[in-house]
Design a protein around this ligand. Structure first.
Ligand SMILES: Cc1cc2nc3c(=O)[nH]c(=O)nc-3n(C[C@H](O)[C@H](O)[C@H](O)COP(=O)(O)OP(=O)(O)OC[C@H]3O[C@@H](n4cnc5c(N)ncnc54)[C@H](O)[C@@H]3O)c2cc1C
Length: 420
């Protein structure tokens, strides 16, 4: 096979659910009642969807910077978006870890599309965890079936890592109890196509942050402005959302007023597990393409795969991908069990995203000039991977703030022993 010319054939040859994934899943969930059915679903239905529907369109979405709404709805019809939700809302009621591992396969096929799916999931999960019963009943069924799409709206142009510095604010209408929101959210994935927005805004008087479920078409100003020309994850759309006295009905407050920042931080923990899984998928795509090319390319009278350095790099990348997947599954499993998994999610996100950048960069280096051009479809993975290190908490914030907070608290609570 000449992979310079046969990009489509190469895509068809990719396997989107591999034995390595099943083995890792087996390590953490083998006793779980749905294990057999879920592996069959991930390998069969989702694997075929990635191969036939998502991967063949990834290059054109990357080129044109377009989000595949048709595939999003089809993924909903497949049941993927509903996996980790209670049956009462139309969900399948299975462990979050299965869903999270499925994101790896989607990201291998198209990282931009997988990001859109992952963030939709983060917003839905916020409604499930913190919304009133009436909000859950109103919004979850149409969101987890893929009929509607959701966005998570925390960041602003002036506040990313320092999310508490947000300036979008609300005031209460004393007559109706409705909330009037004013300000602009920035970098919002799905911002152009979403129907439902999980919005964080601060009280104009008290300053405490609250969360709201917002729809389009209500009274007041609401504008969606596309942020164009992203470097990677171009199969997702990203927007600025501008609110000008936009009226949110009182019943669309999520949970308790003033607790929104706490909710957002919990949602980000889940988001980190999803990004970690996407990073593993992205790295696996680069690694697989490197592997194929190394078996084809001849130099110095031998195959690229037989050079000592190639063997070393391919092996080390495989080890790194597997280790990141296990850490990610551990975080996902803890989330599914409802425990405090913040440190594990941060660890998985940090490890997997640094790994994805490294592996995709090495794949370009080892495929030489071929890997450096768009036609190879290898360079896209590095552009995609670079976003993972920034989004859902920049890796520096995770290793300088989040992880030490956890590790030092553990140490302070531990019995003193002399380690030497
Ligand atoms: C493509 C894309 C999609 C996105 N989607 C969404 C979305 O759907 N919803 C949403 O709310 N947001 C979204 N974001 C925003 C994203 O979460 C922020 O970009 C991220 O939190 C970083 O914020 P910032 O870009 O403002 O960088 P800044 O906060 O200005 O940080 C700049 C850099 O400073 C360093 N840094 C940050 N914190 C620390 C620290 N504590 N110690 C040391 N160094 C540090 C890091 O290197 C960081 O990259 C998206 C962003 C992008 C690019």
């Amino acid at each position: 096979m000449n992979i310079h010319d046969e990009g489509k054939e190469f895509q068809r040859d990719m396997t989107f659910f591999v034995d390595d994934q099943e083995i890792a899943l087996h390590a953490v969930l083998r006793e779980e009642q749905h294990f057999g059915d879920m592996v069959e679903f991930l390998r069969g239905s989702l694997g075929a969807f990635c191969r036939d529907q998502v991967a063949p369109r990834a290059a054109s979405h990357d080129q044109d910077e377009t989000f595949d709404e048709e595939n999003f709805r089809a993924l909903g019809e497949l049941g993927f978006l509903a996996m980790a939700y209670p049956e009462a809302y139309g969900g399948l009621g299975v462990d979050f870890a299965y869903y999270n591992l499925g994101l790896e396969s989607l990201a291998m096929a198209d990282a931009g599309f997988a990001l859109a799916v992952g963030i939709h999931g983060t917003a839905c999960d916020g409604i499930r965890q913190f919304g009133s019963e009436s909000l859950r009943e109103r919004y979850l069924p149409s969101l987890i079936s893929g009929e509607k799409q959701a966005a998570f709206c925390l960041s602003e142009a002036g506040s990313g890592s320092d999310a508490k510095a947000m300036s979008t604010c609300y005031r209460k209408d004393p007559e109706t109890g409705d909330y009037l929101v004013r300000g602009a959210k920035y970098w919002i994935t799905n911002g152009m196509t979403a129907d439902v927005f999980f919005l964080l805004a601060r009280d104009a008087e008290g300053g405490a942050v609250s969360a709201f479920v917002v729809e389009k078409g209500w009274e007041g100003g609401f504008e969606q402005v596309k942020i164009p020309d992203k470097m990677g994850v171009r199969g997702s759309n990203t927007a600025e959302l501008v609110f000008d006295d936009y009226r949110i009905p009182a019943e669309n407050l999520v949970g308790e007023e003033g607790r929104g920042f706490k909710y957002a931080m919990v949602m980000l923990n889940g988001g980190r597990a999803t990004i970690a899984s996407q990073a593993v998928g992205c790295a696996r795509a680069a690694w697989t393409k490197l592997m194929v090319y190394a078996h084809e390319r001849e130099l110095f009278g031998a195959k690229l795969k037989d050079l000592d350095n190639t063997k070393k790099e391919i092996s080390e990348a495989w080890v790194e991908i597997g280790a990141s997947r296990l850490l990610t599954l551990q975080a996902a499993l803890l989330k599914g069990e409802g425990g405090d998994f913040a440190a594990w999610a941060a660890a998985a996100k940090h490890r997997a995203t640094e790994m994805a950048v490294r592996v995709s960069e090495r794949a370009i280096q080892l495929t030489g000039g071929y890997g450096y051009v768009t036609e190879s479809r290898i360079e896209r993975h590095l552009r995609d991977a670079l976003l993972y290190r920034i989004g859902e908490g920049a890796n520096e914030a995770l290793s300088i703030v989040v992880l030490p907070r956890f590790l030092y608290a553990e140490e302070e609570g531990a019995d003193r022993v002399d380690p030497w």
